[in-house]
Design a protein around this ligand. Sequence first.
Ligand SMILES: Cc1cc2nc3c(=O)[nH]c(=O)nc-3n(C[C@H](O)[C@H](O)[C@H](O)COP(=O)(O)OP(=O)(O)OC[C@H]3O[C@@H](n4cnc5c(N)ncnc54)[C@H](O)[C@@H]3O)c2cc1C
Ligand SMILES: NC(=O)c1ccc[n+]([C@@H]2O[C@H](COP(=O)([O-])OP(=O)(O)OC[C@H]3O[C@@H](n4cnc5c(N)ncnc54)[C@H](O)[C@@H]3O)[C@@H](O)[C@H]2O)c1
Ligand code: SF4
Ligand code: FES
Length: 806
Amino acid sequence: MQKRKLVMIGNGMAGVRTIEELVKIAPDAFDITIFGKEPYPNYNRIQLSTILQGEMSFSDIIMNDWDWYESNHIQLYAGDQVVRVDTKEKIVYSESGRAVPYDELIFATGSLPLMLPIPGINKQGVIGFRDIHDCEMMMQAAKQYKKAAVIGAGLLGLEAASGLVHLGMDVHVVHLFGHIMEKQLDETAARLLQRELEAQGMNFLLEKETVEILGDDRVTGLRFKDGSEIAADFVVMAAGIVPNVKLAKESGLFVNRGIVVNDYLETSVPNVYAVGECAEHREIVYGLVAPLYEQAQVLAKRLVGMVEKGYEGSIVGTQLKVSGIDLFSAGEIYEAYETKAIKVHNELDGVYKKVLIRDGRIVGIVLYGDTSDSTRLFRMMQQKQDVSSLTDIAFLKEGGAKEEDVAMMADEELVCGCNGVTKGTIVQAIQQGASTVEQVGGCTNAGRSCGRCKPLIAKILEHTLGDAFAGQAQKETLCSCTDLNRDEVVAEIQAKGLTTVKEVMHVLGWKNEEGCSKCRPALNYYLGVIYPEYRDDRDSRLVNEKMHANIQKDGTYSVVPRMYGGVTTPEDLRRIADVAEKYRVPLVKLTGGQRIALFGIKKEDLPNVWADLGMLSGYAYGKTLRTVKTCVGATFCRYGTQDSMQLGIELEKRFERLDTPHKVKMGVSACPRNCAEAGVKDVGIVGVDGGWEIYVGGNGGTDLRAADLLCTVKTAEEVFEIVGAYLQYYRETAKYLERTSKWLERVGLSHVKEVVADEEKRTALNERLQRTLVRYEDPWRKVLEDEPLRQHYYTKRSIPVSVKED
Ligand SMILES: Cc1cc2nc3c(=O)[nH]c(=O)nc-3n(C[C@H](O)[C@H](O)[C@H](O)COP(=O)(O)OP(=O)(O)OC[C@H]3O[C@@H](n4cnc5c(N)ncnc54)[C@H](O)[C@@H]3O)c2cc1C
Ligand SMILES: NC(=O)c1ccc[n+]([C@@H]2O[C@H](COP(=O)([O-])OP(=O)(O)OC[C@H]3O[C@@H](n4cnc5c(N)ncnc54)[C@H](O)[C@@H]3O)[C@@H](O)[C@H]2O)c1
Ligand code: SF4
Ligand code: FES
């Protein structure tokens, strides 16, 4: 049966959660295409604050990596925004010129920061805080500028301000009202919070209305309505958000504040839905993930006709993600004539709690300094429990069922507010085999958003598993499909003689019998290291390796032919130029690894491009030896003491195509001036009088690290022997996707020195390496000789790939 075509506009948190739910309940129902304006896979926007505050890095917040899309057969066009929708012909058009037809269409376009309509708002140095790009701008600004102003003391403004303080800036938070976070806190709680944030280094300007942003091209300060001014060379606007609805309006959807939807997330146009912050449901536009995830669940069911009950709206609770701050707020904040308040205020400990009650039901909660009652009170509020008999100050005092007191928690008690997961669901997941916080998240989604519930999940694990948990907690398992770590998996493969990825997963009791995008490439790699004769499982590889080409953000590929040591010939240059012309290659670029890349090649043209080039693959996409960068050396340079080009070419020829845990880059310089930057390479060779110095563990990328001197040798033959042993030892002992820089720090330089200095070990390592190397063949020659292989991977409709990787 022909699959229906589902297109989604927006690759953010609510949209992708809808798709996650959909592929869980009906993996084969749709051909799914997602357009994302941002050039990334789906990431956890919530954690951008945590990155600014220095507690996480960008790679930590990716929720669905490129391989997730591929393994679920989802076509992602990242970095390509939809600019027009024809709802009559049912086609979406993108900025890059794509036209994709749909049967069902989801708008999941999120929100935009509210940029105040005041003079100067477009000056350089004025930004919102919504995405990775904004986050990078803040980190960059903190290196160059000193004085930051944040406009708006809501959740976002305070989290941004905390990040900027962490980055070393002087920060003024400008707020319109008399106390901060006035939507979530009453005056008493707000004052306590302000005092704590001031102690952390923030300055507050209350009751200030910004009327102008000063400066020429770049911001230099702010002017307020009362005539006062402050200096600022960087401004973050955090005065609220507006639903991103321009495209929906232009497409003829009924839009009020957001895109108006009914309880089934249906818009005014048939077969078109909206979910997330862009949607308006019963006149409410939500700005927190918990309700959006509820919407996602309903929409996924609606799309496959499984929905019984629609979405009826949510009661939301908020917390602030600033370290050292403990607050919770939900519902009404301020006393009114018909509400009764129960309050506790311990000024000594800085604890404040208030519960507002109307007609015997909780209608509002404000907790500051101690939020251990939040889950219990929030559940009572959500369930509209009758609390008349409890209207005693005692139910806010210590002695209630604390979050930490997991034994006393009822099964229906909410543990993860963002994802609506109860203690009972978590215990059930643990009883079915989940034994780490990540695995609980994998089965239930708990902990996958703001992360605040993770300590509580760990406590439930500890309580449910007892001593068994202590052992698991120390352990870094391969992925959430297994409780085994890398060493245990490798030992089991060897002990039980397991020979295929499927067999490993089956015999070792994988929780997910298909494995995932983390464990399948890792198992394929480990099997290849253990058995030199192992038959590679191409479909278990990461997508770029599977395709033998680097996929780019627009879905085309790059082609990088091998150019040993960065040395080329007029014939090769001519052939590259001819191919570039013949296939109208949009970009021909020199790479950092001294070779030439052709960008923008269509998947179906790849085999012909390689056939016309007649050159070997440069493996620019592989977890393997990428390049050996060389300087001109003694042949032409007057400082050169050694023949660096020849050594580099020979190194590249010997070790090309070798599977390694991560990419490996080398450099050879013929003197310590080091023009080939050997000091930041995985293996760097430097010519000195009478020999070569061998450096290892360098990294010029994200984890910048200077290489360490491994040893000094006299001849090129010795270089090959040491480098061979070093590479094989790295192959055999590193975790999959561990760069040499991290591996070396983990195992220790002196240990590696001892291994390669030991002649017996060195010889054995080189022998094992040779057994592997003799089996490698050129991947593109294989494709050109094997028509079924070509049909399988390189036709227009062959496996949908969408992804790019490092
Ligand atoms: C710094 C920060 C911290 C936060 N902290 C919390 C928190 O602690 N707790 C909480 O519950 N919530 C928090 N939020 C809010 C939460 O992130 C959002 O509620 C959630 O991301 C909304 O999901 P969404 O899918 O509706 O929108 P988004 O995640 O914004 O995704 C929308 C995506 O659509 C893309 N897009 C828009 N137009 C187009 C187009 N025409 N074509 C293609 N793509 C398009 C956008 O580029 C974007 O990537 C925080 C938000 C921020 C910015
Ligand atoms: N921890 C969390 O849950 C968290 C963290 C960050 C962001 N978010 C979400 O992201 C969205 C955006 O957050 P936000 O804090 O920008 O929105 P918001 O609307 O909650 O807060 C904006 C604040 O800016 C103030 N403000 C408005 N105009 C102003 C002006 N001209 N000058 C000074 N102050 C002004 C408002 O009084 C308000 O307190 C919200 O949906 C929020 O829920 C949540
Ligand atoms: S590293 Fe030394 S030998 Fe090589 S090019 Fe630079 S100066 Fe010349
Ligand atoms: S409470 Fe936010 S992830 Fe669980």
